[in-house]
Design a protein around this ligand. Structure first.
Ligand SMILES: Cc1cc2nc3c(=O)[nH]c(=O)nc-3n(C[C@H](O)[C@H](O)[C@H](O)COP(=O)(O)OP(=O)(O)OC[C@H]3O[C@@H](n4cnc5c(N)ncnc54)[C@H](O)[C@@H]3O)c2cc1C
Length: 412
C-alpha cells in the first residue's frame, strides 16, 4: 500500500519513537514528523533511577533515536518544539514556536509528568522524570545523605536502592503500611519492606509528610506523626499525571489521558491516535478503559498504533497483558497482569532474604490466573505471561509454577 499523507507523532520518548520507527517497518511511506518538547535527542526513562542515577551509564547511553538514525529512516525530528494546541477539524498541530504542522494522521505520545511535590522548598527537593531531573538529583546525591524518599512505589524504591548503593543514609516514607501494598497486597508488600530493611534503608511506612522546610543540604521533613527527619536531599516519588492539558480546547475527550477506542484511536477524531502513558484506551479483553504507565505497554501500543495507521484495511484491537519490571537492590521484580482487584493469591518459592527467588500468583472471582509477581525468577514469569494470555484456570497455573520450582528450575 502506498501512503501519501503526513503522520505527525507528538512526544519523543519510547511511545513516540517506537511509533515512528514501526511506521517505517510496517511499510508506511508517507511523511513522518516526530515532535518533542525537549531539546535532547529522544531518550529512555527506566535507567534514570538505575544506571544513570548510579553513574554507571552516561546520558548518551539512554538515547533512543540519534538524529542520524532518524534521518536514515526518513523520520523528521523537530526537537525543542512543544505542541501547544491540536486542531482536529483543521488537521493542524500548533507548536510553541508559533509554527504549525498539517497532518493527515496524528499520534499523541506526550506521556506523563511526575506529580509535583506538594511541599515546595528553596532547593534540594526533587522529582524524577526527565534526564535533567536525573542529572540534578545525581549531583545532590553524590554530595552525600541523608536522603529522604517520599513514596515507596517503583520509582521511590529504585531511587532509595541507588542512593544507598552510592553510600547515602536513606529513609523511605510512605503513608501505606507496607510498600506497594495497594498493588500487591499486605503479605507480599511486607517482603518489600523487608527488602529495604535488609539493605540498611530506614522506613517510615504508615506515616505521611506534613511539610518540608529548608534548602539543599539542610532540609527538615516533618511527618504526620510529628517526627522530624533531617535531609540533605528529598526525593518525591508520588506518581505521575498524564501530559494531556495541552489538549484542552481541542474537542478531544480527555479524562485522565486521551480516551481511545480498542484500536487506540481518539474516540471523537478517527485520524488521531494515542500511545503510551498518555493513552486511556478501551481494552477489549477487560471490557473497560485502561491507562498504563509502563515501558512495555508504551512500546507495544506504539507498534499497534503504527500497524493500524499503515494498514487501515486491517485494523487490530490492542488487548495486551500488562507487564512491568523493576530493579531494586538485588531483586529483579517482574509483574504481569493486574494484581489490584485480586481476591486471593498463592506464594510459590521464597520471597524472603538475600536468596529470594519466587513468585505470587493472583486470582479473582473468575477462577483464572489474574496476575503474577516474580522475584529473581524470569522463567516462572515467562510461563505466567503465557498462561495469562490463554486465560488459564488459577489452579492449573499454580500447579505449573510449582512443578517448575520442584524440577529445580527456579534458576533463570
Ligand atoms: C525514573 C523512571 C524509571 C522507570 N522505570 C521503569 C521500569 O523499570 N519499568 C517499566 O516498565 N517502566 C518504567 N518507567 C516508566 C516508563 O519509563 C514509562 O512508562 C515510559 O517512559 C512511557 O513512555 P511514553 O513515551 O508514553 O511517555 P514519556 O516517557 O513520559 O515521554 C513523553 C515525551 O513527550 C514529551 N512531551 C510532553 N508534552 C509534550 C508536548 N506538549 N509537545 C511535545 N512533546 C511533549 C516529553 O518531553 C517526553 O519526551 C520508569 C519511569 C521513570 C520516570
Amino acid at each position: 500500500m502506498s501512503h501519501t499523507g503526513t503522520t505527525v507523532v507528538i512526544g519523543t520518548s519510547v511511545a513516540g519513537v517506537r511509533t515512528a520507527q514501526a511506521l517505517r517497518t510496517e511499510g508506511y511511506d508517507g511523511r513522518v514528523v516526530l515532535v518533542g518538547a525537549e531539546h535532547e535527542p529522544p531518550y529512555d526513562k527506566p535507567p534514570l533511577s538505575k544506571q544513570f542515577l548510579a553513574g554507571t551509564w552516561e546520558g548518551s547511553r539512554l538515547t533512543l533515536l540519534a538524529p542520524a538514525e532518524a534521518a536514515d529512516s526518513g523520520i523528521e525530528l523537530r526537537l525543542g518544539a512543544a505542541a501547544r494546541r491540536l486542531d482536529p477539524a483543521g488537521h493542524r498541530v500548533h507548536l510553541a514556536d508559533g509554527s504549525e504542522l498539517a497532518y493527515d494522521t496524528c499520534v499523541i505520545a506526550t506521556g506523563a509528568a511526575a506529580r509535583p511535590s506538594p511541599w515546595p522548598a528553596e532547593s534540594g527537593v526533587h522529582v524524577l522524570r526527565s534526564l535533567a531531573d536525573g542529572a540534578a538529583l545525581r549531583a545532590d546525591l553524590v554530595r552525600g545523605g541523608p536522603v529522604v524518599v517520599v513514596g515507596g512505589g517503583f520509582v521511590g524504591a529504585e531511587v532509595a536502592a541507588t542512593a544507598r548503593a552510592l553510600g547515602c543514609e536513606v529513609t523511605v516514607v510512605d503513608p501505606l503500611p507496607v510498600p506497594m501494598g495497594r498493588l500487591l497486597g499486605p503479605e507480599v508488600g511486607a517482603h518489600f519492606a523487608d527488602l529495604h530493611r535488609r539493605h540498611g534503608v530506614a522506613s517510615r511506612f504508615g506515616s505521611g509528610v506534613e511539610g518540608v522546610t529548608g534548602r539543599s543540604g539542610r532540609l527538615r521533613v516533618t511527618l504526620t506523626d510529628g517526627t522530624v527527619l533531617p535531609a540533605a536531599t528529598v526525593v518525591v516519588g508520588i506518581g505521575a499525571v498524564p501530559n494531556d492539558r495541552w489538549l484542552a480546547g481541542s474537542g478531544l475527550l480527555v479524562d485522565d489521558g486521551v480516551v481511545c477506542d480498542a484500536y487506540c484511536r481518539a474516540v471523537d477524531a478517527p485520524d488521531v491516535y494515542a500511545a503510551g502513558d498518555v493513552a486511556r484506551w478501551y481494552h477489549p479483553g477487560r471490557g473497560t478503559h485502561l491507562r498504563v504507565e509502563h515501558w512495555t505497554n508504551a512500546a507495544e501500543q506504539a507498534a499497534r498504533v503504527a500497524h493500524n495507521i499503515a494498514h487501515p484495511d486491517d485494523p487490530r484491537p490492542y488487548a495486551p497483558v500488562p507487564y512491568v519490571w523493576s530493579d531494586q537492590y538485588d531483586w529483579k521484580i517482574q509483574i504481569a497482569g493486574t494484581p489490584v482487584g485480586a481476591t486471593r493469591h498463592t506464594v510459590i518459592g521464597g520471597l524472603a532474604g538475600a536468596t529470594a527467588r519466587g513468585g505470587a500468583l493472583y486470582t479473582d472471582d473468575t477462577g483464572r490466573l489474574r496476575a503474577a509477581v516474580t522475584v529473581n525468577w524470569p522463567r516462572a514469569q515467562a510461563v505466567c505471561r503465557r498462561l495469562l494470555t490463554t486465560h488459564t484456570p488459577f489452579a492449573t497455573a499454580v500447579d505449573q509454577v510449582k512443578a517448575l520450582a520442584s524440577r529445580g528450575a527456579a534458576g533463570p
